[in-house]
Design a protein around this ligand. Structure first.
Ligand code: SF4
Ligand code: FES
Length: 238
């Protein structure tokens, strides 16, 4: 099935199997998101992509596009929701951008700039989670994890390794590593894995590659997040 739908009053085509966010992306319309990535199974955890479809709020990344849908994404209410959700992510972890190697290349920070976030609004949780520096090439800082599940999906679906999983509930939710010790050094991960490159924050970093690209020349220093997101390609389109 394919056809057209409208998003913020603009008529766009969609293809069989596309979600609302993917139909929008292919038509050059950016819907803010963190846990979605073209070519990956949808996850629906960050809720930044929430839009109205025929008057009902839903996640654009999990909702199938269908003929004659009326999608509304660009409203002050939805922008405010996205801002508050992003602020919640910032206080829930330790996102101290000035000391993070991912600053300027970080999607969470890029979305915050896009949403004109100026403060964190909520009190900080200051979690004291582990930093797993056991692997010779890869660093895992749990304090920056936003539980987007992208490393889980990358390791399972792209690398065929199942190195990561998300365990626990509520505020005790955590990313776990599939190895006898629970440490990255004893897992099957390698620096070539897709799972090492897909993290939207500074939670998974490749060692000894830090600060090679100077501040000012990093991805989101040079490009709007909307531009970067719209230029991403699905595996099927490459
Ligand atoms: S480590 Fe990164 S990719 Fe994995 S769940 Fe956390 S934020 Fe997402
Ligand atoms: S991008 Fe849709 S819920 Fe995260």
């Amino acid at each position: 099935m394919s056809g057209t739908l409208t998003i913020d009053g603009k008529t766009i085509p969609f293809a069989e199997g596309q979600s609302v966010i993917e139909a929008a992306r292919c038509a050059g319309i950016y819907i803010p998101h963190l846990c979605h990535r073209p070519g990956y199974a949808p996850h629906g955890s960050c809720k930044l992509c929430t839009v109205f479809v025929n008057g009902r709020k839903t996640s654009a990344c999990t909702f199938p596009a269908a003929a004659n849908q009326n999608v509304v994404s660009d409203t002050p209410e939805l922008k405010q929701d996205r801002l508050r959700l992003t602020q919640m992510l910032f206080v829930e972890g330790n996102h101290f951008c000035p000391s993070c190697e991912k600053s300027g290349n970080c999607q969470l920070q890029g979305v915050a700039y896009h949403l004109r976030m100026l403060d964190n609004h909520y009190p900080h949780f200051y979690p004291q989670r582990e930093v797993d520096a056991s692997h010779p090439d890869i660093l895992l800082d749990h304090n920056r994890c936003i539980f987007c599940n992208l490393c889980v999906r990358a390791s399972r679906d792209k690398d065929g390794k199942n190195v990561f999983a998300i365990a626990g509930r509520g505020i005790n939710k955590r990313l776990i590593v599939n190895s006898a010790s629970g440490k990255l050094k004893d897992s099957a991960i390698s620096v070539e894995d897709e799972a090492t490159r897909v993290c939207p924050t500074g939670a998974i970093l490749i060692k000894r590659s830090g600060y090679q690209l100077p501040i000012g020349q990093r991805l989101y220093d040079q490009h709007q997040i909307s531009e970067v997101a719209l230029s991403m390609q699905d595996d099927h389109e490459q």
